[in-house]
Design a binder for this molecule. Structure first.
Ligand code: JCF
Length: 737
């Protein structure tokens, strides 16, 4: 779908839905039935999610529809909603402080203030106010796009409907939660009405916020603590403490436990104090959040890919419980990794019922870590054992310990499978790897299904209505065996006796909705497609890095194809180097890896070498990932599946990050001593402005920023005619002088 088509379609949908809504309210003969209304509304939301800039002022998403909506609209956050890095120990907290000081170039004795506040165990929310009026509210979602829960948030007493004296534009962020007392009363009411009860306050809050009928939400006692902000037209204050005071004066609840601290020792003191009073707070918390107080320093520190450098969550120790290991199930993942999962007698751990826990890999079951050292004092796990389970935060439950005194006399050591339980192919373990993998590739149904699920998932093609269950069903029917089949599903099974609509549990409406969602998903940014391929080591960040670098699928595929012989050489060289190292060690001499690499690489054509070096030269892309990409695209059957998918998709040009920045797209090298910021900060700033930062000067370098003491790099840059600036010149260029 092009931008122009999207715009026209949004206009058409706004008109139709507006008319339908008016007709419904006026109780004239409604023009369209509920299911069609729904479908149009979802189509509208899907297009808006893909083209957020085109969202209309009269968007049907914001209509408080009288017709039942069977899902929430989506809202794209104007500034990403972040998660927090974690600290578990006092050493982690000391390291958090040290990392920040290093980044900012501060000494151990320099003053650096922090705030500390309880970390509420609820749901994050972003509420947008324009000219003091509440415009909309969205859940965190994937951080980029959340669900539109405006109507429900308007029913929360802690959320002011109007603000007096606020900046013209203000997005307030915080946590929705339910108190212990309200949770107990709600569950009692639910039980009396024979309705669903909730496992914990967090689930109750989530269930209440995600009610399609806002009147149900109104009857649920939700609360809200403000702790941060998104887009603002004027800064709230100079410090985190000041900003929270301002939010409190605007009428928000801010957590009364929040403290300002002058260093890590004071943070730990607050942490210990809050931990001691945890049970008396009246709501669930799972740790204490620390933030750099000075907002100018926060801005300098910036972000890693999804977490701020200036904050961390110091988590409370995990909660644990004992139960019985009933069995060990084996799951096969999308890259063939064979993962053992503990089947447990269900037990409550920290308010959540747990019946499965990860067992990581075969060494973990045997009681060793990846280097062969004992874990749990070398005690293995056997079916029938009494085991201790723990959970920290949201993480997957794990097995901590075994009670050997309770081991049944007939319990046998666990024999880890050496063939794939799903397809029978050999399951092998590469030297130095802890994971055993099924070698079946696309002949293994478990790998195929896992890859399809990954491909349609939220961070990849994001196809609404095509969840795990549906993928499994279509695969079992052999209707969808490869990703491309999703996009021909309607052509093949769009009508008749063998059609999606005719399946048990489906109907015309749900089938039409699925097909509409699939059509919307044909248009994709390159980064999502790359991530969706499910190539080993290729995560969301690498997907974005590759997309930004290559710009188009064709350029990417051409680069990978050209690099093929070099990838093979890299693999041969690494095998030869490993052999040489082993031999040298046995003979008591020094290995000569450089010579070996040079010999292997001597036969590689310069074009192949250049394509390989281009790929591994991208910041964040290493040889391991480059090799995995080459392997995936050069396996004929895999490539055929990828090409078939690409033929069905329309790839959008990558979002121009910080296009307006004067250094976007430039390759920059920093050398010598920087006086106004550390090297790490300079690099982070440059990258945030869309520049690529490289460590060495080459013909591709656009700009060298040289501080005092610059040596050979400056000489080389001068020889190559590379533009050179000093630190002030650089700050001037990026508008920060
Ligand atoms: O209370 C919380 N759950 C909480 C979450 C508090 C914070 O100050 C947070 C957060 C998530 C992200 N701050 C950020 C930046």
């Amino acid at each position: 779908m092009t931008v122009a088509e999207a715009e026209a379609e949004l206009a058409r949908l706004a008109e139709m839905l507006g008319r339908a809504n008016a007709a419904y309210h006026a109780e004239d003969a409604p023009e369209i039935d509920d299911a069609t209304y729904d479908e149009l509304k979802r189509r509208n939301a899907a297009i808006e999610a893909r083209f957020p800039d085109l969202k209309r002022a009269d968007s049907p998403t914001d209509l408080v529809g009288a017709a039942p909506a069977d899902g929430f609209g989506k809202i794209r956050h104007s500034i990403r909603m972040l998660s927090l890095s974690n600290a578990f120990t006092r050493e982690d907290v000391a390291e958090f402080d040290a990392r920040i000081r290093r980044f900012l170039g501060l000494g151990a004795e320099d003053r650096l203030a922090y705030t500390a506040e309880p970390k509420i165990d609820g749901l994050s929310l972003s509420i947008r106010y324009e000219d003091g009026a509440l415009i909309h509210a969205a859940t965190r979602g994937d951080g980029q796009t959340g669900e539109d829960v405006t109507a429900n948030v308007r029913t929360i007493a802690d959320v002011p409907a109007r603000l007096d004296g606020a900046p013209a534009l203000l997005e307030v962020r915080g946590e929705v939660y339910m108190s212990h007392a309200d949770f107990a009363a709600l569950n009692a009411r639910q039980a009396e009405a024979a309705a669903k009860t909730f496992a914990n306050p967090r689930n109750a809050a989530a269930g209440s916020l995600r009610q399609l009928d806002a009147e149900i939400t109104r009857a649920r006692p939700l609360r809200f603590f403000a702790y941060a902000w998104g887009e603002v037209s004027d800064p709230l204050a100079d410090t985190q403490t000041g900003a929270l005071d301002r939010l409190a004066r605007l009428g928000f609840s801010v957590n009364p436990e929040t403290a300002t601290c002058d260093g890590p020792a004071a943070l730990i003191e607050v942490y210990d104090g809050i931990a001691a009073r945890r049970a008396e707070l009246g709501y669930d918390i799972d740790g204490v959040v620390y933030k750099v107080d000075d907002l100018a320093l926060q801005a300098r520190l910036g972000f890693r890919s999804t977490t701020p450098r200036w904050a961390t969550a110091h988590k409370f120790p995990a909660e644990t419980a004992w139960t019985r290991l009933e069995g060990i199930d084996i799951q096969v993942g999308r890259t063939g990794a064979i993962s053992p999962v503990a089947r447990l007698t269900p037990v409550t751990v920290g308010g959540v019922v747990v019946s499965n826990a990860t067992l990581h890999n075969e060494d973990y079951i045997a009681g060793r870590d990846s280097s062969g050292d004992p874990i749990r004092d070398g005690v293995d796990l056997r079916v029938g054992d009494r085991v201790e389970i723990y959970r920290a935060g949201d993480v997957i439950p794990k097995v901590r310990g075994v009670d050997l005194s309770a081991r049944p006399a007939d319990a046998l050591p666990y024999a880890f499978p050496e063939t794939c339980p799903e397809c029978g192919s050999p399951a092998t373990r590469e030297p130095g790897e802890s994971v055993r993998r099924c070698t079946g590739g696309l002949i293994c149904p478990a790998q195929v299904i896992a890859r399809l699920k990954h491909m349609v998932g939220r961070a990849a093609l994001d196809i609404d209505g095509l969840g795990d269950k549906e993928v499994e069903r279509f695969h079992d029917l052999e209707w969808v065996l490869r990703p491309a089949d999703i996009f021909t599903l309607q052509r093949r099974y769009g009508s008749g006796v063998r059609s999606v609509a005719a399946l048990d549990g489906w109907g015309e409406t749900s089938a039409a909705k699925l097909f509409a969602a699939i059509e919307v998903a044909r248009v994709q940014p390159l980064a999502r497609v790359l991530f969706g391929l499910g190539i080993r080591h290729l995560g969301e960040v690498a997907g974005r890095d590759l997309a930004r670098h290559y710009g188009s699928w064709d350029a990417f595929a051409a680069g990978v194809d050209a690099a093929g012989p070099a990838a093979e050489a890299h693999r041969r060289a690494e095998v030869a180097v490993a052999a040489e190292r082993a031999e040298a060690a046995a003979e008591g001499r020094r290995a000569k890896p450089t010579d070996i690499r040079a010999t292997v690489w001597a036969d590689v054509e310069p074009e192949a070498r250049a394509a390989w070096e281009e790929m591994v030269g991208i910041d964040g892309i290493g040889a391991t990932l480059a090799l995995a990409i080459c392997d995936a695209l050069h396996a004929p059957e895999e490539r055929a599946a990828i090409d078939a998918l690409l033929a069905e998709l329309e790839i959008e040009a990558p979002e121009a990050v910080a296009e307006a920045s004067p250094v976007a797209g430039l390759t920059v090298v920093f050398t010598g001593t920087l006086e106004k910021m550390t090297r790490a900060e300079a690099k982070a700033r440059a990258e945030a402005l869309g520049a690529k930062v490289s460590g060495s000067v080459s013909a591709k370098t656009d700009l060298l920023v040289a501080g005092p003491g610059a040596g050979s790099k400056a000489e080389k840059a001068a020889t190559l005619g590379v533009r050179m600036l000093d630190e002030d010149g650089w700050l001037d260029l990026i508008g920060e002088a």
